[in-house]
Ligand binder design. Structure first.
Ligand code: ADP
Length: 548
């Protein structure tokens, strides 16, 4: 028997059809699919030609509209979503079912929009959930041509009750899904590794991108899952293993909160990553701790920075003390016994004081720039500059304090200007000349030349000193690096490191070369040629290529 037949004893079978229909609604999870299923099923429960379902917003306006029994073309013909006037509004505002034998004759009817198929009979119910009206569900034109009756209405109401619950459930489900997606985006954008574990055995349920990167490296597929316990082993800060009960996940699942505890993460990729750890129990609605969240902040860089600061401070205090001792001792001697000293001794003491205070001055200048470099604050002001006069000026300054060395600056005529920052370049040259003097204990020539290929300008500083072993050539630009053959010469291992940063900040490169130990060293600085010069060179080349 078909549901909705006009057999008077058929109410039961129509209601059963409504219940059965309601059960199948629950199979759908997305709101759109639920709505479509409801509107289609309504025509099966109450045989009608057309069915429609309007979803109302908080103000009662219809914001979504589904139909059944109408072709897309027919639907397109009667225009936009019906906002819910007349009888349809009645369903939502009055929350009462409607059984209308003749739509046109009903005083509440506002008629149909142009292009709407002709309809005479209507049965409609509000979709109500608790205090809220979610929308309306209505059918028109009973298939047998008769008006709808109370049995139809009863079956439709059964369907409506279940439909309202299913619609609410599906939209809640969709909201939860959207929130979960948002949460995943938030978690993946965090710089710290996040881990959610579940009771009772601290099984890993969720990890974020930072954690998988920490464990498997930056090339790991985003959100690689699952991460197993064996992928993430935590050790004490000193490298000793953690006992089961000491693990932050286990402690947090027991309700304990951990703040800023330091551990080491042992992953297959990197030996040990120092992490600052937070762990927090996540109680469920009834207060039981089913999950815990752990947050791991990689503090490798922080540790390195601390180490660097310590090395730097101890080095600086050591380096500053030596010239200060000379200055302090010399000044006291002159003050206390100046009259008794010979003219020559007094002169020598004064020379030492001047030299050591100059050294301090240069060291401080380097330190200041170094702090800017380390803080990423170095902002070079480049301009077209002629390297020859600059090199001569710096060479003359250093030469004053290096009587055993001969400074030669020889550059070809017509050298293009370089694009550089005069202050930074002169500081680099100072460092190179000072080194050339320091590491040529027997004196000799310190020769500066330059060359250009049109695009770049290369300055070359060559000395005749102790030279460099091939293995040292690249390393000398590393922080604190000093070769094994510096021969007791005082130094910090920072001058060339700084020089490399200063040259790179100007868009250039610095390199070292040596024919070997005892055969002198060559340092080259390559800077871009000044733009005007490069432009005019291009013009000249174009003119020669296309003579008029
Ligand atoms: P510092 O001279 O204060 O030690 P630098 O960073 O200027 O630090 O130089 C790093 C190391 O490179 C020096 O300690 C020295 O071993 C080597 N070096 C630098 N310049 C020369 C040079 N002209 N000849 C030979 N070795 C040099």
């Amino acid at each position: 028997m078909v549901a909705g037949d006009r057999d008077p004893g058929n109410q039961r079978s129509q209601d059963i059809a409504a219940y059965e229909a309601a059960l199948t609604i629950a199979e759908e999870t997305t709101p759109g699919a639920v709505l479509q299923r409801v509107v289609d099923l309504a025509r099966r429960v109450v045989p009608a030609r057309y069915a429609a379902l309007g979803v109302a917003d908080d103000s009662g306006r219809i914001c979504q509209f589904m139909t059944s029994g109408i072709t897309p073309e027919e639907r397109a013909r009667f225009g936009p979503i019906p906002e819910g006037h007349g009888l349809l509004r009645e369903l939502i505002e009055q929350r009462v079912p409607l059984l209308i034998p003749d739509i046109a004759a009903d005083p509440r009817s506002v008629g149909f929009p142009p292009g709407h198929p002709p309809m005479r009979t209507l049965i409609g119910v509000p979709l109500v959930l608790g205090e809220r009206v979610l929308g309306n569900l209505y059918l028109t034109e009973r298939l047998d041509g008769e008006p709808f009756d109370v049995r139809d209405l009863q079956a439709l109401q059964i369907l409506a009750v279940h439909a309202a619950a299913a619609i609410d459930r599906a939209s809640a489900y969709q909201r939860v899904e959207a929130q979960r997606d948002q949460l995943r985006i938030i978690l993946d954008s965090l710089p710290a590794g996040v881990l959610i574990v579940t009771a009772p055995d601290a099984r890993i349920e969720l990890t974020n991108r930072a954690l998988t990167t920490m464990l498997f490296g930056p090339a790991s597929p985003p959100g690689r899952l699952p991460v197993y316990g064996r992928d993430l082993r935590l050790l004490q800060s000193d490298g000793t293993p953690l006992l089961h009960d000491e693990r932050p996940s286990v402690r947090a699942l027991k309700g304990e909160v951990l703040h800023n505890q330091q551990f080491l993460v042992e992953s297959g990729r990197v030996q040990h990553i120092p992490v600052l750890t937070q762990a927090m129990p996540l109680p469920n609605a009834s207060g039981e701790v089913e999950r815990a969240v752990l947050v791991f902040q990689d503090i490798t860089r922080l540790r390195e920075a601390e180490q660097l600061k310590d090395d730097f401070l101890s080095l600086v205090s050591h380096e500053v003390r030596t010239p200060l001792t000379t200055i302090h001792g010399g000044a006291h001697l002159l003050l206390d016994q100046g009259e008794a000293l010979s003219e020559q001794t007094r002169h020598e003491l004064l020379c030492d004081i001047v030299e050591e205070s100059n050294r301090l001055d240069r060291m401080m200048a380097n330190m200041l720039v170094l702090t800017d470099v380390m803080a990423g604050r170095l902002a070079p002001r480049t301009e077209p500059l002629l390297v020859e006069p600059l090199a001569r000026e710096v060479a003359a300054d250093v030469a004053e304090r290096a009587p055993d060395h001969t400074f030669v600056v020889e550059m070809p005529r017509g050298m293009p200007a370089a694009e550089g920052d005069p202050e930074l370049l002169s500081q680099v040259l100072h460092n190179l000349y000072e080194n050339a003097v320091k590491y040529s204990p027997d004196g000799g020539q310190i020769r500066t030349t330059a060359r250009s290929n049109g695009c770049t300008v290369t300055i070359e500083v060559a000395d005749q000193g102790i030279g460099l072993d091939p293995g040292d050539v690249d390393q000398v630009f590393e922080r604190f690096y000093r070769t094994g053959s510096h021969g007791g010469v005082r130094g910090t291992g920072l001058g060339l490191y700084l020089s490399r940063h200063l040259v790179q900040a100007q868009g250039g490169k610095i390199a070292a070369w040596s024919a070997g130990h005892g055969k002198g060293s060559v340092f080259t600085i390559t800077l871009p040629a000044a733009r005007e010069w490069a432009d005019s060179l291009e013009e000249q080349l174009a003119a020669t290529a296309n003579p008029r």
